[in-house]
Design a protein around this ligand. Structure first.
Ligand code: C5P
Length: 227
């Protein structure tokens, strides 16, 4: 079996990361959640008051980029890597609705993208990697041997995200989540730098009516044939 690069892109809350994590585990590949990196930069911007409901000081964030250290550290108990921002575990904080509200604005900044894409390419340089995000098959690894594009209806995605946050104990409403998913879809797909588009050689999967198991079987089956 050869070591390849697997790019999994798609809209918010499609369950990409669950599938990507499972696939990486099965193949004994490295899994990289690129969204966690954009989320951690957003958390930094929030902590330093560079961004709020009413303003966003892009210049201050750009000037501070060298001070932002991002690392994934594998948690053997959980079986996956967690995000560390300047040596602090921020896994829980970056998943909440507050960060979700601002992350797409931060992700529009080209300087942020350049820094993160470079780090992502470094992490995948030896292949044997499954990376999920929005621009993995188009920008980060345009030559990836295998590319998936995952989508699902907006209602299904909002329902899944709502359930996830409620289980985590967050105090959110379904309507807030639906609006956030729509808002992020819009910004992510219309931004100038690296918009969310389907790579021409990507395999598209609509998982609205699929269970996680069905989805995994499909993706794993295609992957095995490629190896
Ligand atoms: O994947 P996740 O929903 O955690 O990503 C959060 C946000 O990070 C996305 O809505 C998008 O704005 C940004 N992102 C991106 N490029 C990536 C991964 C995530 O712009 N490769």
């Amino acid at each position: 079996m050869k070591n390849i690069t697997i790019a999994i892109d798609g809209f918010s809350s499609t369950g990409k990361s669950t599938i990507a994590k499972q696939l990486a585990k099965e193949l004994k590949y490295v899994y990289v959640d690129s969204g966690a990196m954009y989320r951690a930069v957003t958390l930094y911007a929030m902590q330093h008051n560079f961004i709020s409901e009413h303003f966003f000081d892009r210049d201050k964030l750009i000037l501070a980029l060298d001070k932002i250290n991002l690392q994934f550290k594998f948690n053997a108990t959980l079986g996956y890597a967690e995000m560390y921002l300047n040596h602090k575990n921020v896994e829980n904080e970056i998943r909440g609705l507050e960060v979700s509200k601002f992350v797409s604005k931060v992700s529009e900044v080209s300087e942020v993208r350049r820094k993160l894409v470079e780090q992502q390419q470094q992490m995948g340089k030896n292949k044997g990697v499954v990376m999920d995000g929005r621009d993995i098959g188009t920008v980060v690894f345009p030559n990836a041997e295998l590319k998936f594009f995952i989508t699902a209806s907006i209602e299904k995605r909002a329902q899944r995200r709502f359930k996830e946050l409620i289980l985590k104990g967050d105090n959110v409403t379904f309507d807030e989540i639906l609006k956030n998913v729509e808002y992020r879809d819009h910004i992510d797909s219309t931004r100038k730098d690296s918009p969310l588009i389907v790579a021409k050689d990507a395999i598209e999967i609509d998982n609205s009516e699929m269970t996680l198991e069905e989805q995994f079987d499909k993706i794993y089956g295609i992957t095995i044939k490629t190896l």
